[in-house]
Design a protein around this ligand. Sequence first.
Ligand code: SAH
Length: 346
Amino acid sequence: MKKDICSLSYEEMKKEVEQLGEKSFRAGQIYEWLHVKLAEHFDEMTNLSKPLRERLKEEYEIPEVKMLERQISKIDGTNKFLFRLGDGNVVESVLMKYKHGNSVCISSQAGCRMGCAFCASTIGGLKRNLAPSEMLGQIYRIQKITGERVSNVVIMGTGEPLDNYDNFIRFVRMLTDKHGLNISQRNVTVSTCGIVPRILDLAEEDLQITLALSLHGATQEKRRKLMPIANKYDLSQVLEACDAYFQKTGRRVTFEYSLVHGVNDTKEDEQELAAILKPRNCHLNLIPVNPVKERDFVRPSRKNALNFKNNLEKSGINVTIRREMGSDIDGACGQLRRHYVQECDS
Ligand code: SAH
């Protein structure tokens, strides 16, 4: 099998090139073709000799991340992409345009095994982990297709990034490497359902990325109803891990809370949420749940969501309601991929 050349770090590329008996500056050239000029074929690498290009083709591959579909929102310019990977699996990514720059939301796995009750991405289970090159590839293709620079990356698409830990860490290091796209670590956010040992590992990686924790319930009981992972790690352990992340990195943790009407949006929920977040230096992001066809969760009215937010604010919590982007396209969590996979199955 050919080696995945796009998952090699800059240092590893130097060693590979050395082993091929080539001069070391070639490593910088190849790395630049792949991670700055975003080449998709070895033949584009015109400053390499033909024999070297042939040699690379024999031993390495540039894993395929090919656009299958692109939807553009007429409301806010949000772009949704469906990509096909080399083995036929599909993943989706979203480009959101903000005043402060372009933000891309990428997938970390094809499918997901976490089983959260309201999420479309987990319905067909986990197909496989994505390689670092396939996570980078989503961003590279989007930057190339749109011709616009990506400044922020959120790992909040399909999959649980901390369930694909090593590839995810390698991806972050390469994304923020000065020899590549050189995105600031502070502009990268990883969202997790709360795999406690991996959050503790992440705290030790010496990275400056933002940790977003999917909370969705303010008590162990409530959380367990929505998220199977809560059967494995108690809410108190999850919160302790988030505290450790803050202490180690100095990065304020974001808590995500999908508001589901009648399930976690009551007065009691509000008070319990305030009680656990009040002592913490954190940010709360409320996400009115996106309805998923296969599930019957309903979002609260705009008025109720605003009330929930305002009351938390009065309790001194730093809170926002996530702005809905691309509501006229398959914008919500995992739905574009889901539609595609369903069509192929039927
Ligand atoms: N596995 C990671 C990242 C992917 S999901 C995680 O669990 O955090 C990104 C965020 O979207 C999570 O907070 C997730 O719970 C939330 N989410 C998933 N489906 C949703 C839906 N239908 N409506 C609102 N939020 C949803």
